[in-house]
Design a protein around this ligand. Structure first.
Ligand SMILES: *Cc1c(COP(=O)(O)O)cnc(C)c1O
Length: 361
Protein backbone atom coordinates (compact mmCIF):
# COMPACT_ATOMS: atom_id res chain seq x y z
CA UNK A 1 0.00 0.00 0.00
CA UNK A 2 1.30 3.41 -0.99
CA UNK A 3 0.44 6.27 1.34
CA UNK A 4 0.73 9.75 -0.15
CA UNK A 5 1.89 12.91 1.57
CA UNK A 6 -1.39 14.76 1.98
CA UNK A 7 -1.01 18.55 2.19
CA UNK A 8 -4.75 19.19 2.45
CA UNK A 9 -5.89 22.11 4.60
CA UNK A 10 -8.63 19.98 6.14
CA UNK A 11 -9.76 17.31 6.64
CA UNK A 12 -6.06 16.71 6.92
CA UNK A 13 -3.42 14.08 7.35
CA UNK A 14 -3.35 12.13 10.62
CA UNK A 15 -0.45 10.31 12.30
CA UNK A 16 0.08 6.88 10.74
CA UNK A 17 0.61 5.40 14.22
CA UNK A 18 -2.86 6.59 15.24
CA UNK A 19 -4.52 5.23 12.11
CA UNK A 20 -2.88 1.87 12.73
CA UNK A 21 -4.01 1.82 16.34
CA UNK A 22 -7.60 2.51 15.26
CA UNK A 23 -7.37 -0.44 12.88
CA UNK A 24 -5.98 -2.73 15.54
CA UNK A 25 -8.71 -2.10 18.08
CA UNK A 26 -11.53 -1.50 15.61
CA UNK A 27 -13.47 -4.73 16.15
CA UNK A 28 -12.96 -4.93 19.88
CA UNK A 29 -12.69 -1.72 21.85
CA UNK A 30 -11.18 -2.31 25.31
CA UNK A 31 -12.24 -5.96 25.36
CA UNK A 32 -15.93 -5.06 25.10
CA UNK A 33 -16.42 -7.21 22.00
CA UNK A 34 -17.66 -4.27 19.94
CA UNK A 35 -16.22 -1.23 18.23
CA UNK A 36 -16.01 2.20 19.85
CA UNK A 37 -18.83 3.47 17.61
CA UNK A 38 -21.19 0.79 18.90
CA UNK A 39 -20.88 1.51 22.62
CA UNK A 40 -23.43 3.60 24.47
CA UNK A 41 -22.50 7.18 25.22
CA UNK A 42 -24.02 6.50 28.66
CA UNK A 43 -21.65 3.59 29.31
CA UNK A 44 -18.80 3.68 31.82
CA UNK A 45 -16.37 3.09 28.94
CA UNK A 46 -17.53 6.23 27.19
CA UNK A 47 -17.60 8.34 30.34
CA UNK A 48 -14.05 7.28 31.05
CA UNK A 49 -12.99 8.13 27.50
CA UNK A 50 -14.48 11.61 27.71
CA UNK A 51 -12.80 12.24 31.06
CA UNK A 52 -9.49 10.95 29.72
CA UNK A 53 -9.45 13.15 26.64
CA UNK A 54 -10.47 16.23 28.64
CA UNK A 55 -7.68 15.55 31.14
CA UNK A 56 -5.12 15.09 28.36
CA UNK A 57 -6.17 18.34 26.74
CA UNK A 58 -5.89 20.25 29.97
CA UNK A 59 -2.55 18.75 30.79
CA UNK A 60 -1.09 19.46 27.33
CA UNK A 61 -2.27 23.08 27.53
CA UNK A 62 -1.25 23.46 31.18
CA UNK A 63 -4.79 24.41 32.22
CA UNK A 64 -5.87 24.44 35.84
CA UNK A 65 -9.18 23.72 37.55
CA UNK A 66 -10.92 26.84 36.32
CA UNK A 67 -11.20 25.51 32.78
CA UNK A 68 -13.35 22.93 31.03
CA UNK A 69 -12.83 21.25 27.68
CA UNK A 70 -15.98 20.54 25.69
CA UNK A 71 -16.53 18.48 22.54
CA UNK A 72 -19.39 19.97 20.56
CA UNK A 73 -20.90 19.56 17.10
CA UNK A 74 -21.61 21.93 14.25
CA UNK A 75 -17.97 22.70 13.54
CA UNK A 76 -15.99 25.80 14.38
CA UNK A 77 -18.57 27.65 12.30
CA UNK A 78 -21.27 27.08 14.91
CA UNK A 79 -19.02 28.73 17.48
CA UNK A 80 -19.11 31.91 15.37
CA UNK A 81 -22.72 32.27 16.51
CA UNK A 82 -22.64 30.52 19.86
CA UNK A 83 -20.01 32.86 21.31
CA UNK A 84 -22.02 36.07 20.74
CA UNK A 85 -25.28 34.33 21.71
CA UNK A 86 -23.76 33.61 25.10
CA UNK A 87 -21.44 36.56 25.61
CA UNK A 88 -22.50 39.56 23.54
CA UNK A 89 -25.11 41.47 25.55
CA UNK A 90 -27.79 43.72 24.08
CA UNK A 91 -26.32 47.20 23.99
CA UNK A 92 -22.78 45.84 24.29
CA UNK A 93 -20.10 45.41 21.65
CA UNK A 94 -17.39 42.87 20.86
CA UNK A 95 -14.02 43.53 19.20
CA UNK A 96 -12.90 41.49 16.21
CA UNK A 97 -9.42 41.33 14.72
CA UNK A 98 -9.80 40.60 11.01
CA UNK A 99 -6.95 38.55 9.59
CA UNK A 100 -8.71 36.31 7.08
CA UNK A 101 -12.00 34.94 5.73
CA UNK A 102 -12.69 32.97 8.88
CA UNK A 103 -12.43 35.96 11.18
CA UNK A 104 -14.68 37.91 8.81
CA UNK A 105 -17.24 35.12 8.98
CA UNK A 106 -17.00 35.07 12.77
CA UNK A 107 -17.69 38.80 12.88
CA UNK A 108 -20.59 38.51 10.40
CA UNK A 109 -22.31 36.01 12.66
CA UNK A 110 -21.76 38.20 15.73
CA UNK A 111 -23.30 41.09 13.76
CA UNK A 112 -26.43 38.99 13.42
CA UNK A 113 -26.69 38.84 17.22
CA UNK A 114 -25.46 42.26 18.33
CA UNK A 115 -22.88 44.93 17.80
CA UNK A 116 -19.21 44.52 16.88
CA UNK A 117 -16.23 46.68 16.16
CA UNK A 118 -13.06 46.07 14.15
CA UNK A 119 -10.09 46.28 16.52
CA UNK A 120 -7.51 45.71 13.76
CA UNK A 121 -7.60 44.47 10.19
CA UNK A 122 -5.35 43.35 7.35
CA UNK A 123 -8.38 42.94 5.09
CA UNK A 124 -6.97 44.57 1.93
CA UNK A 125 -5.25 41.26 1.10
CA UNK A 126 -4.73 39.46 4.44
CA UNK A 127 -0.99 39.22 3.90
CA UNK A 128 -0.03 40.04 7.47
CA UNK A 129 -1.05 40.10 11.12
CA UNK A 130 -1.70 43.67 12.29
CA UNK A 131 1.08 44.49 14.77
CA UNK A 132 0.34 45.82 18.26
CA UNK A 133 0.72 49.39 16.97
CA UNK A 134 -2.28 48.80 14.63
CA UNK A 135 -4.51 47.19 17.26
CA UNK A 136 -6.89 49.28 19.32
CA UNK A 137 -9.35 47.81 21.77
CA UNK A 138 -12.63 49.13 23.08
CA UNK A 139 -12.24 49.47 26.87
CA UNK A 140 -15.76 48.03 27.26
CA UNK A 141 -15.52 45.22 24.72
CA UNK A 142 -17.56 42.19 25.82
CA UNK A 143 -14.68 40.13 24.42
CA UNK A 144 -11.92 40.28 21.81
CA UNK A 145 -12.00 37.68 19.03
CA UNK A 146 -8.94 36.63 17.05
CA UNK A 147 -8.13 33.85 14.58
CA UNK A 148 -4.75 32.53 15.70
CA UNK A 149 -3.85 30.96 12.35
CA UNK A 150 -5.28 31.97 9.01
CA UNK A 151 -5.72 28.73 7.14
CA UNK A 152 -6.39 30.27 3.73
CA UNK A 153 -3.71 32.97 3.62
CA UNK A 154 -1.03 31.37 5.77
CA UNK A 155 -0.46 33.93 8.50
CA UNK A 156 -0.25 33.17 12.21
CA UNK A 157 -0.07 35.22 15.39
CA UNK A 158 3.43 34.87 16.81
CA UNK A 159 2.79 37.49 19.47
CA UNK A 160 -0.52 37.40 21.32
CA UNK A 161 -2.49 40.62 21.46
CA UNK A 162 -2.35 42.49 24.69
CA UNK A 163 -6.00 42.98 25.66
CA UNK A 164 -5.77 43.73 29.38
CA UNK A 165 -8.61 42.13 31.27
CA UNK A 166 -10.96 41.91 28.30
CA UNK A 167 -11.87 38.26 27.68
CA UNK A 168 -9.75 36.94 24.81
CA UNK A 169 -11.42 34.45 22.46
CA UNK A 170 -9.49 32.58 19.78
CA UNK A 171 -10.43 30.42 16.83
CA UNK A 172 -7.50 27.98 16.78
CA UNK A 173 -9.03 25.58 14.27
CA UNK A 174 -5.89 25.30 12.19
CA UNK A 175 -3.16 25.53 14.82
CA UNK A 176 -4.49 24.07 18.07
CA UNK A 177 -1.77 22.11 19.89
CA UNK A 178 0.93 23.06 17.36
CA UNK A 179 3.00 24.90 20.02
CA UNK A 180 2.82 25.90 23.69
CA UNK A 181 0.45 28.80 24.38
CA UNK A 182 -0.38 30.81 27.51
CA UNK A 183 -3.75 29.05 27.57
CA UNK A 184 -4.98 30.70 30.74
CA UNK A 185 -4.76 34.10 29.03
CA UNK A 186 -7.75 33.01 26.96
CA UNK A 187 -11.36 33.03 28.12
CA UNK A 188 -12.37 30.71 25.31
CA UNK A 189 -10.49 28.76 22.64
CA UNK A 190 -12.27 26.78 19.96
CA UNK A 191 -11.16 24.56 17.12
CA UNK A 192 -12.73 22.17 14.65
CA UNK A 193 -10.96 18.83 15.07
CA UNK A 194 -10.34 18.06 11.42
CA UNK A 195 -7.20 20.09 10.84
CA UNK A 196 -4.74 19.39 13.59
CA UNK A 197 -6.19 16.82 15.98
CA UNK A 198 -8.56 14.33 14.41
CA UNK A 199 -11.31 13.65 11.90
CA UNK A 200 -14.28 16.00 11.38
CA UNK A 201 -17.23 15.76 13.74
CA UNK A 202 -16.19 17.50 16.96
CA UNK A 203 -15.31 21.04 17.87
CA UNK A 204 -13.12 21.54 20.90
CA UNK A 205 -14.14 24.39 23.17
CA UNK A 206 -11.81 25.30 26.02
CA UNK A 207 -13.68 27.63 28.33
CA UNK A 208 -12.82 29.55 31.48
CA UNK A 209 -15.62 28.66 33.86
CA UNK A 210 -15.64 32.00 35.62
CA UNK A 211 -16.47 33.72 32.32
CA UNK A 212 -19.78 31.88 32.32
CA UNK A 213 -20.86 34.08 35.18
CA UNK A 214 -20.86 36.87 32.58
CA UNK A 215 -23.11 34.89 30.29
CA UNK A 216 -25.81 37.07 28.81
CA UNK A 217 -29.24 36.63 30.37
CA UNK A 218 -30.86 35.36 27.20
CA UNK A 219 -33.24 32.45 26.78
CA UNK A 220 -31.30 30.19 24.41
CA UNK A 221 -32.17 26.83 22.90
CA UNK A 222 -30.56 24.28 25.17
CA UNK A 223 -27.86 23.14 22.71
CA UNK A 224 -26.64 26.72 22.21
CA UNK A 225 -25.97 27.29 25.90
CA UNK A 226 -22.44 26.36 27.02
CA UNK A 227 -23.75 25.55 30.49
CA UNK A 228 -25.72 22.61 29.08
CA UNK A 229 -22.55 20.98 27.81
CA UNK A 230 -20.54 21.72 30.93
CA UNK A 231 -23.21 20.23 33.15
CA UNK A 232 -23.46 17.08 31.04
CA UNK A 233 -19.75 16.57 30.25
CA UNK A 234 -20.38 17.15 26.53
CA UNK A 235 -22.95 14.33 26.44
CA UNK A 236 -26.27 16.16 26.73
CA UNK A 237 -27.18 14.46 23.47
CA UNK A 238 -25.28 11.77 21.54
CA UNK A 239 -21.69 12.97 21.16
CA UNK A 240 -19.49 12.24 18.10
CA UNK A 241 -17.87 9.29 19.84
CA UNK A 242 -15.55 8.21 17.05
CA UNK A 243 -14.04 11.66 16.62
CA UNK A 244 -13.52 12.05 20.35
CA UNK A 245 -11.92 8.62 20.51
CA UNK A 246 -9.52 9.54 17.71
CA UNK A 247 -8.69 12.88 19.31
CA UNK A 248 -7.71 10.95 22.42
CA UNK A 249 -5.29 8.83 20.38
CA UNK A 250 -3.83 11.91 18.69
CA UNK A 251 -3.29 13.57 22.08
CA UNK A 252 -1.57 10.43 23.34
CA UNK A 253 0.64 10.56 20.26
CA UNK A 254 1.55 14.20 21.01
CA UNK A 255 2.35 13.29 24.62
CA UNK A 256 4.55 10.46 23.39
CA UNK A 257 6.55 12.88 21.26
CA UNK A 258 7.16 15.15 24.25
CA UNK A 259 4.16 17.49 24.35
CA UNK A 260 3.68 20.92 22.84
CA UNK A 261 7.25 22.16 23.14
CA UNK A 262 8.36 19.15 21.10
CA UNK A 263 5.53 19.73 18.58
CA UNK A 264 6.66 23.34 18.18
CA UNK A 265 10.21 22.25 17.51
CA UNK A 266 9.11 19.73 14.89
CA UNK A 267 6.75 22.23 13.30
CA UNK A 268 9.38 24.97 13.14
CA UNK A 269 11.80 22.65 11.43
CA UNK A 270 9.15 21.49 8.95
CA UNK A 271 8.02 25.02 8.13
CA UNK A 272 11.61 26.19 7.69
CA UNK A 273 12.21 23.37 5.22
CA UNK A 274 9.42 24.62 2.93
CA UNK A 275 9.98 28.36 3.41
CA UNK A 276 13.68 27.93 2.61
CA UNK A 277 12.73 26.26 -0.67
CA UNK A 278 10.62 29.32 -1.50
CA UNK A 279 13.35 31.74 -0.49
CA UNK A 280 16.17 30.06 -2.42
CA UNK A 281 14.18 29.86 -5.67
CA UNK A 282 15.32 33.31 -6.81
CA UNK A 283 11.74 34.57 -7.09
CA UNK A 284 10.34 31.59 -8.99
CA UNK A 285 8.23 30.90 -5.91
CA UNK A 286 6.86 33.91 -4.14
CA UNK A 287 5.55 33.66 -0.57
CA UNK A 288 2.08 35.14 -0.19
CA UNK A 289 2.55 36.65 3.27
CA UNK A 290 4.89 38.94 5.18
CA UNK A 291 7.79 36.75 6.32
CA UNK A 292 7.51 37.57 10.04
CA UNK A 293 3.88 36.44 10.07
CA UNK A 294 4.40 33.16 8.24
CA UNK A 295 2.32 30.28 9.53
CA UNK A 296 3.86 27.08 10.84
CA UNK A 297 0.82 25.21 9.53
CA UNK A 298 -0.20 26.56 6.12
CA UNK A 299 2.53 27.60 3.68
CA UNK A 300 1.20 29.70 0.78
CA UNK A 301 3.08 30.77 -2.32
CA UNK A 302 2.55 31.60 -5.97
CA UNK A 303 4.34 30.64 -9.19
CA UNK A 304 4.90 32.82 -12.27
CA UNK A 305 1.50 32.04 -13.87
CA UNK A 306 -1.57 29.78 -13.74
CA UNK A 307 -0.27 27.37 -16.32
CA UNK A 308 2.95 26.62 -14.48
CA UNK A 309 0.96 26.40 -11.23
CA UNK A 310 -1.29 23.71 -12.74
CA UNK A 311 1.79 21.86 -13.98
CA UNK A 312 3.34 22.04 -10.49
CA UNK A 313 0.22 20.51 -8.94
CA UNK A 314 0.00 17.76 -11.55
CA UNK A 315 3.68 16.78 -11.35
CA UNK A 316 3.71 16.89 -7.55
CA UNK A 317 0.69 14.58 -7.56
CA UNK A 318 2.61 12.03 -9.64
CA UNK A 319 5.24 11.99 -6.91
CA UNK A 320 2.69 11.33 -4.16
CA UNK A 321 2.53 14.95 -2.97
CA UNK A 322 -1.19 15.70 -3.05
CA UNK A 323 -3.73 18.45 -2.27
CA UNK A 324 -1.33 21.34 -2.87
CA UNK A 325 -3.82 23.55 -4.71
CA UNK A 326 -4.34 26.92 -3.04
CA UNK A 327 -7.70 28.09 -1.74
CA UNK A 328 -10.20 28.47 -4.60
CA UNK A 329 -10.41 32.26 -4.57
CA UNK A 330 -6.71 32.78 -3.90
CA UNK A 331 -5.06 30.39 -6.34
CA UNK A 332 -1.38 29.52 -6.07
CA UNK A 333 -0.13 26.76 -3.82
CA UNK A 334 -0.95 25.97 -0.22
CA UNK A 335 0.99 23.27 1.59
CA UNK A 336 -0.70 22.49 4.88
CA UNK A 337 1.84 20.89 7.17
CA UNK A 338 -0.08 20.23 10.36
CA UNK A 339 1.28 18.34 13.37
CA UNK A 340 0.86 14.95 11.69
CA UNK A 341 2.88 15.82 8.56
CA UNK A 342 6.29 14.20 9.03
CA UNK A 343 9.60 15.91 8.29
CA UNK A 344 10.10 13.38 5.48
CA UNK A 345 6.98 14.77 3.75
CA UNK A 346 8.21 18.35 3.71
CA UNK A 347 11.66 17.25 2.59
CA UNK A 348 10.10 15.44 -0.37
CA UNK A 349 8.13 18.59 -1.15
CA UNK A 350 11.16 20.90 -0.87
CA UNK A 351 13.19 18.58 -3.06
CA UNK A 352 10.39 18.56 -5.65
CA UNK A 353 10.17 22.38 -5.49
CA UNK A 354 13.91 22.72 -6.19
CA UNK A 355 13.75 20.39 -9.21
CA UNK A 356 10.57 21.96 -10.56
CA UNK A 357 12.02 25.47 -10.29
CA UNK A 358 15.20 24.58 -12.10
CA UNK A 359 13.28 22.72 -14.86
CA UNK A 360 10.70 25.46 -15.36
CA UNK A 361 12.37 28.69 -14.26
C1 LIG B 1 -11.64 25.34 8.82
C2 LIG B 1 -11.80 26.52 9.68
C3 LIG B 1 -13.05 26.89 10.20
C4 LIG B 1 -14.32 26.15 9.87
O1 LIG B 1 -14.36 24.96 10.55
P1 LIG B 1 -15.62 23.96 10.50
O2 LIG B 1 -15.28 22.98 11.58
O3 LIG B 1 -15.65 23.38 9.13
O4 LIG B 1 -16.84 24.75 10.80
C5 LIG B 1 -13.10 27.98 11.04
N1 LIG B 1 -12.00 28.68 11.35
C6 LIG B 1 -10.79 28.37 10.86
C7 LIG B 1 -9.60 29.16 11.25
C8 LIG B 1 -10.65 27.27 10.01
O5 LIG B 1 -9.44 26.95 9.53
Amino acid sequence: MDRVYNFSAGPATLPIEVLQEVGEEWLDFQGLGMSVVEISHRSQAYKALNAEVEARFKSLLGLGDGYRVLFLQGGATTQFGMIPLNFLPDGGSADYVLTGNWSVKAQEDADRIGQTRVAASSAEAFRYIPPASEQSYDPDAAYVHITSNNTIYGTQFHEWPSVGDRPLVADMSSDILCRPIPAEDFALIYAGAQKNIGPAGATIVVIRESWLEKRVDRNLPVMFDYRTHIKKDSAYNTPPVFTIYMINLVLKWIEGLGGLAAMAQRNQKKAATVYEAIDRSGGFYSGYVRPEDRSLMNVTFTLPDDEVTAKFIAEAGKEGLVNLKGYRSLGGIRASIYNAMPQAGVERLADFMDRFASDNG
